[in-house]
Design a protein around this ligand. Structure first.
Ligand code: FMN
Length: 284
């Protein structure tokens, strides 16, 4: 029966393009990939986290549909990803976007990614948002620890099935419109500076010795890390912590921001328990 179902499916090629600094978005991308493979779909993954990969060309005409995966940085997809998308041509392909986020603000991300993708001639059929341990937990926060977990992966599988249905349907059904966020884009641009008010000491090795594997420098999404000196270029570092997350010796760190945690919760009128209880969601 299973074989018959697979034989009945006409060949369908999907590409999953994602950016992931600390691995959460990659985990969701991997679940989507394996679910698509189970459903007999041919899947390619394309990681755009490193600058050299963002410079490679993707010909979207080689695929039937596209999944994009981004973390949420300051309420939207990361600027490097938005800039990369602005250089792409969707060739009217159907696509879907999934985000991972650390339990705080995220609504504007859906609205603005739809606007951007439509400008680039993609047809957005669905979006999704998944909880992911907040990047700044590396510096002392405690948001969404251990996420994404099994409950998120279940949502990821359901999202894959529902999105594939929309990708394969004869008639195009676009995702419902999202409410226009109350903040102007200028205010969102301004919010991007918040990370540097918190992370006042950008990733550093602080004179500690290391094996100089060069991973941090090779993987840095903006080419900002100098592995030999163990410091980043403050003009281009985006505080994504890919260097910290990828260091096999754990010798990179920032300033400790644990003392801002309670204030962060207050600012968002939430609690650690409320964030931990949040569920991942699908938007159709
Ligand atoms: C610079 C920066 C800004 C962030 N802004 C937000 C935000 O606005 N809202 C939120 O809930 N999480 C925010 N996060 C947390 C990430 O969205 C979250 O940890 C995500 O899962 C990281 O994905 P990755 O592991 O694939 O890199 C931010 C993280 C970074 C590094």
């Amino acid at each position: 029966m299973e074989n018959m179902e697979k034989e009945d499916i006409t060949p369908f090629n999907v590409i999953i393009v994602f950016f992931s600094a600390t691995g959460n978005t990659r985990k969701i991308a991997d679940t989507i990939k394996s679910k698509l493979s189970d459903l007999g779909v041919s899947v390619t993954q394309f990681d755009i986290s490193s600058p050299k990969d963002r410079n490679k060309n993707i010909s979207f005409s080689d695929y039937d549909a596209v999944f994009f995966g981004f973390p949420i940085y300051s309420l939207r997809a990361p600027r490097v990803c938005r800039e990369w998308l602005m250089r792409q041509n969707g060739e009217s392909k159907r696509c879907s976007v999934f985000f991972t986020y650390g339990g705080f603000g995220k609504e504007p991300a859906h609205y603005y990614i739809k606007e951007l993708l439509e400008k680039r001639d993609f047809a957005l059929v669905s979006t999704a948002e998944f909880l992911g341990a907040h990047t700044f937990n590396y510096s002392g926060w405690e948001a969404a620890q251990g996420r994404p977990d099994n409950s998120d992966m279940k949502v990821a599988e359901e999202y894959t099935v529902k999105t594939l249905e929309r990708f394969r349907a004869d008639k195009l059904t676009k995702v419902n419109d999202f409410e226009k966020p109350p903040y102007p884009v200028e205010q969102l641009d301004e919010a991007e500076k918040y990370r540097f008010r918190l992370i006042t000491q950008l990733p550093t090795r602080d004179g500690k010795e290391c094996c100089l594997c060069m991973q941090c420098e090779e993987l840095c999404p903006t080419g900002s890390m100098d592995a030999v000196r163990g410091i980043v270029n403050p003009k281009s570092c985006i505080a994504c912590f890919r260097c910290i997350a990828s260091c096999p010796e754990n010798v990179l760190h920032t300033n400790d921001i644990a003392n801002s945690w309670e204030n962060k919760l207050k600012m968002h009128n939430t609690s650690k328990e409320e964030i931990d209880g949040m569920e991942s969601k699908i938007f159709l």
